[in-house]
Design a protein around this ligand. Structure first.
Ligand SMILES: Nc1ncnc2c1ncn2[C@@H]1O[C@H](COP(=O)(O)OP(=O)(O)OP(=O)(O)O)[C@@H](O)[C@H]1O
Ligand SMILES: [Mg+2]
Length: 268
């Protein structure tokens, strides 16, 4: 494999001096006596897609929820753009420009696409305190057009959308509000080939806007298709950092399963 840097890698090197958008240092989380994360370091830079890989129970969703403010680390440090920060609620994560699409998509079936995009943050017509339907639809249209999502119509009830279209709504909602970091937990787990490619396309558009995107996945093809960097967790601990350009799926699988520790060490 070539050791030449690609343009994308070179531009990444250029912002390597800027502090990462988001950094976790020594993150640990216990649920009662279950140690879900132990001393995990994790970094996301601007305009970078990081795939977070690991087997069932490796701690991926726990890490995402800690960043999203949905649960609290037991210990460890979080830095946003280099400044130590604590995020104690999803609302606080939103204020920092961090948006999450959870593993079980939190969409409301009985509402239409626009209402789902603005759930809990409806724009109001200031003088009347009423919802500003026109402004909401206009801005939702812009986001959806920008993301090139194939949603048939914004006033369709979400209950009538396909799995891929629902995923697009959830990703679009994160894109609408996430100005720094967007976290996607298993975005393609239930999708077919065409829908999976649609989600890949959405992820690339977010990255090209300078957003740091974290994609949690079991799927090696996902990781190699969209990630700039792959972080592996195993049994709640860091188990290696890989480059889709320089490493092979076999090396990543070895880190996920722990086979690599048999011949000493992991990662590059
Ligand atoms: N709310 C909870 N209470 C107790 N234990 C939990 C809770 N959530 C997760 N765990 C445990 O923490 C560990 C990590 O779980 P987590 O959901 O982060 O894994 P994951 O990597 O996302 O797995 P999957 O690939 O199956 O989604 C597991 O052992 C799990 O059983
Ligand atoms: Mg999970």
């Amino acid at each position: 494999m070539s050791v030449e840097m690609t343009d994308r890698e070179r531009s990444r090197t250029a912002d390597a001096d800027a502090p990462p958008l988001l950094e976790l240092r020594g993150a640990s989380k216990a649920y009662g006596n279950v140690q879900a994360l132990t001393d995990v370091d994790f970094t996301v830079r601007a305009g970078e897609v990081v795939a977070l890989l690991g087997d069932n129970g490796a701690g991926k969703s726990t890490l995402v929820k800690a960043i999203a403010g949905a649960n609290q680390l037991t210990s460890g440090e979080m830095l946003i753009a280099g400044s130590p920060t604590t995020i104690s609620s999803p609302a606080e994560a939103s204020r920092h420009g961090i948006e999450t699409v959870y593993q079980d998509l939190a969409l409301c079936d009985n509402l239409d696409v626009t209402a789902n995009l603005y759930l809990g943050r409806e724009l109001r017509v200031r003088s009347l305190g009423m919802m500003d339907q026109i402004a909401m639809e206009k801005s939702a249209q812009a986001v959806i057009a920008d993301l090139a999502a194939t949603i048939p119509s914004l006033d369709r009830l979400v209950s009538g959308l396909s799995g891929g279209q629902r995923q697009a709504v959830a990703v679009a909602r994160a894109a609408l509000w996430g100005s720094r970091v967007v976290l996607l937990d298993e975005p393609t787990a239930a999708l077919g080939v065409a829908q999976t490619h649609m989600v890949y396309e959405l992820v690339r558009k977010l990255r090209d806007r300078g957003i740091g995107v974290v994609v949690v996945t079991h799927n090696m093809a996902d990781a190699f298709a969209i990630a700039d960097r792959i972080t592996v967790l195993r049994l709640g601990r860091n188990a290696g950092e890989f480059s889709p350009l320089r490493n092979t799926p076999e090396q990543v699988v070895a880190a996920i399963t722990g086979a690599d520790t048999l011949n000493g060490g992991h990662g590059r």
